[in-house]
Design a protein around this ligand. Structure first.
Ligand code: GUN
Length: 293
């Protein structure tokens, strides 16, 4: 039951992305994979990993583990950080042509000599399970069915799991990146929310946040938003993840103060991160289901 996944707290309810992802793994993903396997299709995901970025190595391990539990194949193709852009483009072309592969992602960041734009544009949109290609982003913008970016898609599922109906609500997004801020704003708009996008040049950030029924923070600055800024009754989704100097992890929101003001809040870790992984595996299954057999 999804209600049981929202942990009732003395102050805010805690929206456990980890528990939601685990529940949906068992109830939705495993049966879908079994149905595909009965037709002779095993969803297969390739993760292209360039260099030795420590956070990337950990994210990739989480993706492999979750894929394995869903019953799909996930392979990480590893390259030295000196690999040429041409080689990566060649690999993507091989993957595009291989009918046994349903999804591919290039784990970001990549070294500076490799153009992210070029690499992403080389991926065939039907295998773009990160939802980063111009075609998938454009279809999301138009409200058409597409492979949706994983973090924004996961955020909307978390909000829905917390029983917040976005219809007519004011969603304030802090951050305007192409992979979180902009697409999550469009997804919320597609759910009939009124959306404000704030960023580093926003004049009175506090005044904007004060209007939020739902606050989504994706700025990449540790504990930048605190409880004083959060209106009573607000649902808060914290997308940031940072290593604290004294050890442990924190988000873009100062959890201890925010939890006292919010109606519901996602924790870090165990909030948005597991939902991003979930949506990647779900997108890979969706890409395999779309194949005509
Ligand atoms: N690096 C950090 N987050 C992501 C993500 O969602 N997808 C990819 N490809 N790389 C990332």
């Amino acid at each position: 039951m999804v209600e049981a996944l929202i942990l009732k707290n003395m102050s805010a309810d805690i929206i456990s992305g980890k528990a939601i992802a685990e529940n949906l793994l068992d109830t939705e993903l495993v049966p879908r994979v079994e149905a595909l396997k009965a037709k002779g299709i095993t969803p297969r995901l390739i993760v292209i990993l360039v260099g030795e970025h420590p956070a990337s190595a950990s994210y990739v391990r989480q993706k492999e583990k979750f894929a394995d539990r869903a019953g799909i194949v996930a392979e990480t193709w590893r390259y030295e950080d000196t690999v040429t852009e041409a080689k990566i483009l060649e690999e993507i072309e091989t993957i595009n042509q291989d009918d046994s592969i349903h999804g591919v992602i290039v784990q970001l960041p990549v070294p500076d000599h490799i153009s992210v734009e070029k690499i992403l544009r080389a991926i065939h949109p039907s295998k773009d399970v990160d939802g980063f290609t111009p075609q998938n982003v454009g279809q999301l913008f138009l409200g058409e069915e597409s492979l949706e970016c994983c973090t924004p898609k996961g955020i909307i599922r978390m909000i829905e799991s917390a029983k917040v109906d976005l219809n007519g609500k004011h969603v304030v997004v802090v951050g305007r990146s192409n992979i979180v801020g902009k697409p999550v704003a469009i997804l919320a708009l597609n759910k009939n929310a009124t959306v404000t996008i704030c960023h580093s040049r926003t004049k009175d950030l506090d005044a904007q946040i004060a209007q939020a029924d739902v606050l989504i923070v994706a700025v990449g600055r540790p504990e930048m938003i605190n409880g004083d800024q959060i209106p009573e009754g607000c649902t808060v989704i914290d997308v940031g993840i940072h290593r604290k100097e004294g050890g442990g992890l924190c988000g873009d929101v100062h959890f201890e103060s925010a939890v006292k003001k919010a109606k519901a809040i996602s924790p870090v870790p165990g909030g948005v991160g597991p939902m991003t992984v979930f949506c990647l595996i779900e997108n890979t299954i969706e890409a395999a289901e779309r194949l005509k057999v």
